[in-house]
Design a protein around this ligand. Sequence first.
Ligand code: SIN
Ligand code: MN
Length: 236
Amino acid sequence: MTGARTGATTGAVPLFDDDVQPPAQRSEIAPGAVHVPGWLTLPQQRELVAACRRWAAGPVPIRHTRLPRGGAMSVQTVCIGWHWQPYRYTRTGDDVNGARVADFPDWMVRLGRRALVDAYQAPDAGDGYTPDTALINFYDAAAKLGMHQDKDERSDAPVVSLSIGDSCVFRLGSAENRNRPWSDVELASGDLFVLGGPSRFAYHGVPRIHPGTGHPDTGLAHGRLNITMRVTGLTG
Ligand code: SIN
Ligand code: MN
């Protein structure tokens, strides 16, 4: 992945291509849950930050998602492809402004496929993987995400997670409940994490952000950006 230089792109600069290079290291935290540190180069992170800034502006702008029982999430979220609100996906941001969300771009489908190839170290791991939504979360220094499962999708295809900016503690538990035992993994800028196979429905959360640990060259002056690509299993 690092050093890739040809192919289609997010914009003018050809950063996201189909050249796969073996990542420097990877660790399987649990069966199907793989961490690949430093998977994205700084220019790739910059491109993603720029794309996320555009999506954050609209057509359905970034917001603190309101919870059905009252209150709002501390994380701010913008969605592409399908809009997520607790606990369903729609094409329009019905809890925001009713507009249709931005399309899920082809370059991000290809990025998701390459993520699976690198995470699972199998040339065919991305075959047939067509994510159609991404939840883009922005964490300020105080934001957290409680232990939860990603289970509003009607598909068991893997979730591909990309992190940019401040590092965080990512907590991975079991698929049974939100309690211990769990593994705390430090996710830093550029890291890839995949939740698939037996870990696809594992509980996970983000209990802590480490402010000031990002790299200014990502274009993100502060905070943490996390992109999770998913397959909704929905049509229409
Ligand atoms: C999520 O669980 O949807 C986001 C995880 C993360 O921010 O790393
Ligand atoms: Mn999640």
